[in-house]
Design a protein around this ligand. Structure first.
Ligand SMILES: NC(=O)N[C@H]1NC(=O)NC1=O
Ligand SMILES: [Zn+2]
Length: 469
C-alpha cells in the first residue's frame, strides 16, 4: 500500500483542560505523532492545513444521543444523526438504548443496532445497554458485547417499549453493574411526583409551558437522585446522572461524591441557554424532560460549571418528526419531549459560555471531551490532543458571528430551538482519526495540497466506517 504521507496542521491554537497553546500538529495513520512549533514538511506526500488563527479542540464525545434506528429511522437514523454530530464537532458518540426499536436490552438487540451503526456511522460510537425491569439477566452479556454502560429511566421514557425501573429493579441492576464495573446512567426524575402533579394539572386543564415546567419541578429530580445515590452507595455501583437541569441537583451529586460515592453528572446545552420562557414562545420544539427552567437556574448552572462541579455535557439529542412536536389544542403535555441538539452543542457552549460569560475554553473542552473520555474509558486515546492520541479534531474560527438557519441542520427533521440564534464561533472542520468527516466550504481556502494527497471535494465523503469506541 502506498504511504499516504502525513497531515500537518500548522499555526493553530490547541485547547486542552490544562491550557491552550500555539502548536503545529503532525498526524500519521490517524494518530497525532508530534506537536511542536514550526514542524517541517517531511515528505512531498504530506498534506497541510494552514490553521493560523484557528482553535483546535479535541473532537467532542457526546455520551448522550438518541438515534432511532433501527425501527424508528423515520425519526432520525444513523446517517443524518452522525452527519449532524460531525458538523457539530463530535467525533465519538454513545447511542442511548431507547427510542430505536427494539430497545437495546439484550445481546441480539445490541448486535442488531451495532450492525446498523457499523454500516452507516460517519463517526466513532459506543452503544449504551438498557436497564429495565426484568432484564438484569441480560446485563452481563450486554457488557461482554461492549455496552458502554447501562441506562435506566426512573420515570416514564415516553415510549412503551422502555419501561421505567422501580427501586427494586434499579437495585438489582446496579448490583450486577457493580460487579461488572459498569456505569449505570439514570434519567433521574421521580415517577410518583411527576405523575401526581401531571394528573393534577391535567384535571384542571392546565396545559401551558409553565404548567408543564411546574409538573416536573427540581425537587422531583432531587428525590430521584437521592434514591439513585442511596442505591449506588449500597451496591458500590458507578453512577452517572444525566441531564441535570439545576445547580441544586449538581451540588447534591457533588456532595455525595465527596462522601465517597462514585458518581458523575451531566448537563445539556439547552439547560445552559434556554428557559421556560423559550418553551412558552417556541412551543414543542423546546420541550424536554426535565423541562427548561428559569433564568436564575441557567445562571446558577453556569456557576456550577465554572466551579468545576459538572462533569460532562451531552446533547440528549432526542429527535422526532415535526408532527410529534405539535398538538392541535396547544397541550404541551401531549407532544414529544426531546430536543434536537446534536449539531449545536459546541456552538451553544462557545456563545453562552466563552463569549458571554467568560468561561474558559479549557473548561468547555473538559466537559465535552476529556471528562467523558475519562469516565467511559477512552482516555487518553480520545478526549485529548497529545502524541499517541487519535487525531480527532475540531477546527474552530472562534469569533465569527453567524445565525443558525434551518438549512444548516443535517437532522432528518431540521427543527431546533436554536434556529435564528446568533453564535460566535464557526466550526470549519471536523477530523476523525485524521480524516475530514465534515468541513465548511470556506476551508478549501486554507488547504495547501502536496503531491497526490488531497482532500476530497464533498463534505461527508465516507472515508472510514465508524469504529466501536
Ligand atoms: N425518550 C427520550 O428520548 N427522552 C429524552 N427526551 C428528553 O427530553 N429527556 C429525555 O430523557
Ligand atoms: Zn435522554
Amino acid at each position: 500500500m502506498r504511504d499516504e504521507g502525513d497531515l500537518v496542521i500548522r499555526g493553530g491554537t490547541v485547547v486542552s483542560p490544562e491550557g491552550t497553546r500555539r502548536t503545529d500538529l503532525r498526524i500519521r495513520h490517524g494518530t497525532v505523532v508530534a506537536m511542536e512549533s514550526q514542524l517541517t514538511q517531511a515528505s512531498t506526500l504530506d498534506r497541510e492545513i494552514d490553521a493560523t488563527g484557528l482553535y483546535i479542540f479535541p473532537g467532542l464525545i457526546d455520551a448522550h444521543v438518541h438515534l432511532n434506528e433501527p425501527g424508528r429511522a423515520d425519526w432520525e437514523g444513523f446517517t443524518t444523526g452522525t452527519m449532524s454530530l460531525a458538523a457539530g464537532g463530535v467525533t465519538t458518540f454513545f447511542d442511548m438504548p431507547l427510542n430505536s426499536t427494539p430497545p437495546v436490552t439484550d445481546r441480539s438487540h445490541f448486535e442488531e443496532k451495532r450492525k446498523v451503526a457499523e454500516a452507516k456511522s460517519f463517526i466513532d460510537y459506543g452503544l449504551w445497554g438498557g436497564l429495565i425491569p426484568g432484564n438484569t439477566e441480560e446485563l452481563t452479556e450486554l457488557s461482554q458485547c461492549g455496552a458502554i454502560g447501562f441506562k435506566a429511566f426512573m420515570t416514564d421514557a415516553g415510549t412503551d417499549d422502555f419501561p421505567a425501573v422501580d427501586n427494586d429493579s434499579l437495585w438489582a441492576g446496579m448490583d450486577i453493574a457493580a460487579r461488572l464495573g459498569a456505569v449505570v446512567a439514570v434519567h433521574a426524575e421521580s415517577s410518583w411526583i411527576t405523575r401526581r402533579l401531571t394528573e393534577s394539572f391535567l384535571s384542571q386543564g392546565r396545559v401551558s409551558a409553565r404548567d408543564y415546567e411546574a409538573s416536573r419541578p427540581v425537587v422531583s429530580e432531587l428525590e430521584a437522585v437521592e434514591r439513585a445515590l442511596a442505591i449506588a452507595r449500597l451496591t458500590g455501583c458507578r453512577l452517572h446522572v444525566v441531564h441535570a437541569s439545576s445547580a441544586d441537583v449538581v451540588r447534591r451529586i457533588r456532595a455525595a461524591r465527596e462522601a465517597g460515592v462514585d458518581v458523575s453528572v451531566e448537563t445539556c446545552p439547552h439547560y445552559l441557554s434556554l428557559t421556560v420562557a423559550d418553551l412558552e414562545e417556541l412551543g414543542g420544539v423546546a420541550k424536554c424532560a426535565p423541562p427548561l427552567r428559569g433564568r436564575d437556574e441557567v445562571e446558577a448552572l453556569w456557576q456550577a460549571v465554572r466551579a468545576g462541579l459538572v462533569d460532562t455535557v451531552g446533547s440528549d439529542h432526542s429527535p422526532c418528526p415535526p408532527s410529534m412536536k405539535e398538538d392541535p389544542e396547544g397541550n404541551l403535555f401531549r407532544v414529544w419531549g426531546g430536543i434536537s441538539g446534536a449539531q449545536t452543542a459546541l456552538n451553544v457552549l462557545l456563545e453562552e459560555g466563552y463569549h458571554r460569560r467568560g468561561v474558559p475554553l479549557e473548561t468547555l473542552t473538559a466537559l465535552t471531551a476529556t471528562n467523558p473520555a475519562k469516565r467511559f474509558g477512552l482516555y487518553p486515546r480520545k478526549g485529548t490532543i497529545a502524541p499517541g492520541s487519535d487525531a480527532d479534531l475540531v477546527l474552530v474560527e472562534l469569533g465569527t458571528p453567524w445565525a443558525l438557519r434551518r438549512e444548516d441542520l443535517y437532522y432528518r427533521h431540521p427543527h431546533s430551538p436554536f434556529i435564528g440564534r446568533t453564535f460566535r464561533g464557526k466550526i470549519l472542520a471536523t477530523l476523525l482519526r485524521g480524516k475530514p468527516v465534515y468541513w465548511d466550504p470556506s476551508l478549501n481556502k486554507l488547504m495547501r495540497e502536496f503531491g497526490s494527497g488531497r482532500f476530497p471535494d464533498k463534505p461527508f465523503g465516507r472515508f472510514v466506517a465508524g469504529q466501536h469506541g
